[in-house]
Design a binder for this molecule. Structure first.
Ligand SMILES: NC(=O)c1ccc[n+]([C@@H]2O[C@H](COP(=O)([O-])OP(=O)(O)OC[C@H]3O[C@@H](n4cnc5c(N)ncnc54)[C@H](O)[C@@H]3O)[C@@H](O)[C@H]2O)c1
Length: 434
């Protein structure tokens, strides 16, 4: 038997498994399955049942994307026993105290540990702090399998860069960072990923470097957005439109184009906490990163409060006010509501006894109730005092001032345009944006 894992995969003598088939795992599993033999493993039987029917439970892929793939979807450990290359793509969330919750990752490491054999490869894709793969995951693999890291099995780390809802930056056309635990493993892992990433791979100097690279990509974005959010609070006080300022400043060649907004989801708003946690363990109390987190985490409450002020300024009694919040997901044109900061806007309004309706054509009301105790309306009224366009879903941004006026009491009221999409388009409504 050829001892290059890459050659074995290519000749289908060996199988690759993806453990965790969510936003990250499913696309990579299907892409590999066009070239090599793949097992798609997940602990969620309902999701696996959908994938077996060619349906992506995360609503990102079409049924066509499942065609021509050599893949078995399973929840059974038995199906992993003859696998030689494992890719782990399970969630890495934070807990209520904003600390890393490694439970899914350690549990997936146990799963792999149970079926690990001499000569196998494990590549982690979940976003983690530098050191997590070697300090937290590999000991579990060794303990459960009874095998020795490097001597018996190899490990790598390859972070994911896909962006839900983004059809332009895909797995195939964005360079992927890969790393290994030695020169040979790096080469094998790099060649394996090159099978599916046409843009090519970047061979990182070590596993820790690859982990750190991913975490700073999102931390950099978070801190930059926080700066712009803070500027928008300042400009609001100075009665200057932030988007006008950004447009003007953006004409300079090296001005970075970030815009204010709610920072939700399970990447940008979460990953920096992994880094600050590790920094703290290393004896450094991060200030810039945590300040950015503080500002971004406060924006939902800020938007809620500004809306209340505008309603009161119109001479309304706030406890009788009705507000329509348009959009509940963490970003535009996706169905994912996890860690959506729109909920902070809603809760802030409710804390003033305002009646709030939330509408979202992409999100599920059951999931909203389950996650936040807030259901969605399917029918909007025509007596709102304010409208907040919180998420730029295509269904919302195609509307104009007249459409929104139909929803407001006496066709008058406050219009909050969180992302500044309708700037300079309204003449009658009390317009406000970040
Ligand atoms: N979603 C993104 O845009 C994105 C982008 C880059 C990186 N990431 C990172 O990739 C990782 C995965 O994120 P995601 O968005 O795909 O998550 P997800 O929640 O969409 O999917 C995770 C899947 O893993 C399964 N799972 C959970 N525990 C498991 C276990 N122990 N064994 C097997 N399966 C298990 C779940 O049932 C689910 O199907 C995270 O670390 C995330 O930070 C995500």
């Amino acid at each position: 038997m050829n001892n290059s894992i890459y050659n074995q995969l290519l000749s289908k003598e060996a199988k690759l498994a993806v453990v965790g088939l969510g936003y990250v795992g499913l696309p990579i599993a299907l892409e590999f399955a066009r070239k090599i033999k793949v097992v798609g493993f997940d602990i969620n039987a309902d999701r696996v049942a959908l994938m077996q029917k060619g349906i992506d439970p995360s609503n990102e892929l079409e049924s066509n994307d499942f065609l021509g793939c050599d893949i078995t979807f399973t929840t059974s450990l038995d199906d992993l026993k003859d696998v030689n290359f494992f890719v782990v793509a399970v969630p890495t969330p934070i807990d209520d105290a904003n600390l890393p919750n490694l439970k899914p990752l350690l549990s997936a490491s146990q799963t792999v540990g149970k079926v690990l054999k001499k000569g196998d490869y494990v590549v982690f894709e979940s976003t983690v702090y530098p050191g997590c793969t070697e300090e937290d995951c590999i000991p579990v693999l060794e303990e459960i399998s009874g095998l020795k890291f490097k001597d018996d099995f190899k490990v790598g780390y390859s972070p994911e860069r896909i962006n839900p809802g983004d059809k332009e930056h895909t797995l195939q056309n964005v360079v992927k960072v890969v790393s290994g635990c030695c020169e040979v493993s790096l080469d094998e892992i790099a060649k394996t990923y090159e099978l599916v990433v046409s843009a090519g791979v970047h061979r990182a100097a070590s596993i820790k470097v690859a982990e750190a690279a991913k975490i700073i990509e999102n931390t950099q974005r978070d801190v930059n957005i926080a700066l712009i959010n803070e500027l928008s609070i300042i400009f609001n006080k100075l009665k200057i439109n932030t988007f006008d300022v950004l447009e003007a400043a953006g004409t300079k060649w090296n001005f970075l184009k970030f815009s204010p907004g709610l920072v939700g989801g399970h990447c940008i708003g979460v990953d920096p906490y992994y880094l600050t946690h590790k920094a703290q363990q290393a004896g450094y109390h991060s200030k810039v990163i945590t300040s950015g987190r503080y500002v971004n985490d406060s924006m939902g409450f800020y938007i809620g409060k500004q809306t209340v002020k505008k309603i009161i300024a119109q001479g309304k009694h706030i406890q009788d006010a009705k507000v329509l919040v348009m959009g509940a997901t963490f970003k535009e044109d996706v169905s994912d509501i996890r860690n959506s900061k729109v909920i902070d806007v809603v809760n802030e309004l409710k804390s003033f006894q305002v009646h709030v309706d939330v509408i979202d054509p992409h999100a599920s009301s059951e999931e909203m109730i389950h996650e936040y105790g807030i259901g969605l309306v399917t029918q909007t009224g025509n007596d709102y005092d304010a409208i907040i366009v919180a998420v730029n879903h295509k269904e919302f941004i195609s509307k104009n001032e007249d459409d929104f006026k139909q929803l407001l009491k006496d066709q008058k009221g406050v219009f909050v345009d969180v992302k500044g999409i309708f700037k300079n388009q309204f003449k009658d409504l009390e317009y406000w944006s970040l």
